[in-house]
Design a protein around this ligand. Structure first.
Ligand code: LLP
Length: 433
C-alpha cells in the first residue's frame, strides 16, 4: 500500500513517531508562497510590503520563517506580540491590530516600538495618545476603516461591511474626528488607512471597490484639509481551496495566485490616483490563510467504524478541538487514508470527531477506501490556517503536537499538550478540600 508523503516525509512514520492527532506543516510550501509574493507583488509594484496575519497560524517557528522571508507580522493581541518578541522578530516590522486593545497591550506596543498600531476607534486613539505622551514615545498609526462592502463568503468571515465591529465607516464624523485627533496628537503620527473586507474570498471585486472608496477618502483629506496619506493597508482575505495543489498522488485544486488580488488592487489604485492627481501611497497587504493554509495537514488515528443504514461514520481521535472550522463555518475539508493512498475501492463516509457534540463532524461526505479499519491514519488537507490557532481543550482532549517537515526531515515546533498539561494551573480550592 502506498503512503501519503508530505514535505518529503512519510505520514505514517510521522504518526508513529509523534503520535496523533498531529499537525504537520510543510515549510517548503510556506516559503514557495512567500517567493510568489516576492515575484508577483513586491517586485512588480514599487513601495509595497507584506505583513503576514499571525492569527492564521503563529508559533515561534512560523515567526522565524516569516522573519527570514523578509515579511512583516500582523499581531492582534499581547499574546501574539509576545510570540513575535520571543522569536526575535524585528519590532519595526510588527503591526498591532485589535478592536478592543487593552492598556497593557498598547503600553507593550509603545515600549517595544512596533512599526504600526492599527487604530480601530476614537477611544483607543485617545488612550494611545495619552500613553504615548506619558511614555514620550512616538508611534506610527493607521486608522482602520470599514469600506462598506459585503463580499461573498461565510457571514462570520465578513468584516468590512457597514455596522461591522471593526474600524470606522468611511462616511461620517467618527472618522473625521479620529483623523483630527490623530493629526493634533503630539506623539501619534497618522500614516494612512487600513481596511480588511473579510476572509476566504475568491474574487477581487470587493477588494477593488474598497480601494476605490478609500482613495476617495484620501483625495478628500488632501484637497479639503491638506492632509497627505503616505500609506494604505488592504488587509488580507485571499482564499484557498480544499485540496492542496501539486502534492504527490493527490488530485489538487488550482492554486489561486496572489496576483489575482494584488494586480487588480494595484491597478485600481494607480488609476484612481492618476485620475485625481494624487501621488500613490505605499501599500501593505496582510495575507494569512493564503500563506499557510495549504501547507498544513492533520493526521488522525481511525478509532471506530460504524456502518448505519445510509451512513458510515469513521470516528477519529480528534475533531472540533483541533479543527473548529467545520462546526463554526460549515467549512469543507478533504481527506485520504495516509496508509492506503492507492486503494481504489472507495465508499462514501462521514468523518466524525470524538467530541460529545452532534455537530462534531469533520467531513460530512468523503470517499475513503472501503478497507478502512481501526488503526488506519487519516490525513485531512489544508488545515494550516486557523486550526492550530483556534484549537481548544473541549472534552479535555489535550492538544496535538505540531511538526514541520522539509525535504523529508521533520522537526517539532510545539509539543503535544497532554491531559496532565491541561491540569496545569488548576487547584482544589481550600474550601472544597
Ligand atoms: N488582516 C486583518 C485585519 C484580519 O482581520 C485578518 C483576518 C487578516 C488580515 C487575514 O485574513 P486571511 O488572509 O487569513 O483571510 N477564523 C476564521 C478567519 C477569521 C479571519 C479574521 N481576520 C476562519 O477560520 O476562517
Amino acid at each position: 500500500m502506498s503512503h501519503l508523503i508530505w514535505g518529503g516525509a512519510d505520514c505514517v512514520d510521522l504518526a508513529r513517531a509523534y503520535g496523533t492527532p498531529l499537525y504537520v506543516v510543510d515549510e517548503t510550501i510556506i516559503r514557495a508562497r512567500c517567493r510568489e509574493i516576492q515575484n508577483t507583488f513586491l517586485s512588480r509594484w514599487s513601495a509595497t510590503s507584506v505583513c503576514y496575519a499571525g492569527k492564521a497560524f503563529l508559533t515561534l517557528a512560523m515567526a522565524r520563517i516569516m522573519e527570514q522571508e523578509g515579511l512583516g507580522l500582523d499581531v492582534v493581541s499581547g499574546g501574539e506580540l509576545l510570540v513575535a518578541q520571543k522569536a526575535g522578530f524585528p519590532m519595526s516590522r510588527v503591526e498591532l491590530h485589535g478592536n478592543a486593545k487593552s492598556e497593557r497591550e498598547l503600553r507593550a506596543a509603545l515600549s517595544l516600538g512596533v512599526g504600526r498600531v492599527i487604530v480601530d476607534g476614537i477611544m483607543e486613539l485617545e488612550v494611545l495618545s495619552a500613553l504615548a505622551d506619558e511614555l514620550e514615545k512616538d508611534v506610527n498609526i493607521m486608522i482602520r476603516v470599514s469600506p462598506g462592502v459585503n463580499p461573498h463568503t461565510h457571514s462570520h468571515l465578513v468584516t468590512g461591511h457597514l455596522g461591522s465591529k471593526f474600524g470606522l465607516p468611511l462616511e461620517g464624523e467618527l472618522l473625521r474626528n479620529a483623523v483630527c485627533l490623530a493629526v493634533t496628537s503630539k506623539h501619534v503620527h497618522l500614516k494612512g488607512f487600513h481596511f480588511h473586507v473579510g476572509s476566504q474570498i475568491f474574487e477581487p471585486d470587493f477588494h477593488v471597490e474598497s480601494v476605490r472608496r478609500v482613495v476617495a477618502l484620501v483625495d478628500k483629506l488632501q484637497k479639503e484639509y491638506g492632509i497627505a496619506t503616505d500609506e494604505l493597508n488592504f488587509g488580507g482575505g485571499f482564499g484557498v481551496g480544499q485540496m492542496p495543489d501539486g502534492a504527490p498522488g493527490i488530485k489538487g485544486e488550482p492554486h489561486v495566485p496572489v496576483a489575482l488580488f494584488t494586480d487588480a488592487m494595484m491597478s485600481a489604485l494607480t488609476q484612481e490616483c492618476e485620475a485625481r492627481a494624487l501621488s500613490r501611497p505605499a501599500v501593505v497587504i496582510e495575507p494569512g490563510r493564503w500563506i499557510i493554509g495549504t501547507a498544513g495537514i492533520t493526521l488522525y488515528n481511525v478509532e471506530t467504524i460504524k456502518r448505519l443504514d445510509g451512513v458510515t461514520y469513521i470516528g477519529v481521535d480528534g475533531g472540533m478541538p483541533d479543527n473548529p472550522r467545520p462546526s463554526l463555518y460549515s467549512a469543507p475539508y478533504r481527506a485520504v487514508l495516509a496508509n492506503k493512498t492507492d486503494d481504489a475501492q472507495l465508499e462514501n463516509v462521514s468523518i466524525a470527531g470524538k467530541c460529545c457534540e452532534t455537530g462534531d463532524i469533520l467531513i460530512q461526505s468523503e470517499l475513503l477506501p472501503s478497507s478502512v479499519k481501526r488503526g488506519d491514519i487519516l490525513a485531512v488537507f489544508n488545515t494550516g490556517a486557523y486550526n492550530f490557532s483556534m484549537a481548544t481543550n473541549y472534552n479535555r482532549l489535550g492538544r496535538p503536537a505540531l511538526v514541520f517537515v522539509k525535504d523529508g526531515a521533520s522537526y517539532i515546533a510545539a509539543y503535544r499538550r497532554t491531559e496532565e498539561d491541561l491540569l496545569q494551573g488548576e487547584v482544589v480550592p481550600e474550601i472544597l478540600r
